[in-house]
Design a protein around this ligand. Sequence first.
Ligand code: SF4
Length: 259
Amino acid sequence: MNENARRGYLRALGVDVWVRREGQGNRDSGLVTRDSSDSERVTRHASRVTNDSALIPESPNHESRITNPDPSRLDWPALEAAVKACTLCDLHRTRTQTVFGVGDRQAQWMVIGEAPGADEDAQGEPFVGRAGQLLNSMLKACGLKREQVFIANILKCRPPQNRDPAPNEAECCTPYLHRQIELVNPKLILCVGRIAAQNLLNTDTPIGKLRGRVQRLGTAQRPVVVTYHPAYLLRSPGEKRKAWDDLLLAMATGSVTRP
Ligand code: SF4
């Protein structure tokens, strides 16, 4: 992506950018954020790709809850059908429809959020509405179109009043997500929001401590970069610079190769 396009995307994200004047040296050539400490943090994050996260089981123990079919053995059509027919938790009673996930099933990046909201429940697609538009801008800032990634949620059905997923709901539903991860086999998972990150990584660590370094998922040690949920960024635009730091880390970790 050329610099002009990148600047445009950053502006669309609401991130102020300064461009170093010629003659100021090339120590940090390219874009810098308004706050010089931010540019230092960007550098730190990009170099802080670590392998030191604890080994986390990719699938928690769901055997007692899920009997038939076993998601870990399903191909895409069967998995989609299983989700559509799923009644494993009470959310099936209140959903308009399931929200399976959308995008390139051979994507190099996967985006994982929390659960469908009202718009998603109505349209059957994750990350639509204003939060979805901001996610699209975040992806553009990384040089990716929405359709080039695979987007899914921890839960496939909307919790009433958009409440947080209950533990049993996440336990019932995450085997579908883990199978999606296996099938997509992404180079990088961008996990947006505290709920998604804590459920995916099976931890109660605060998001502030999950951000800023590469987490590892499962025996495959898949790289996971955690950032804020676009809906939170809409409410707290001052955090967008931190989200940009996260995206830089994601790009440094899961650089997308072009065919
Ligand atoms: S949320 Fe997941 S586990 Fe619960 S009914 Fe929907 S698809 Fe099934």
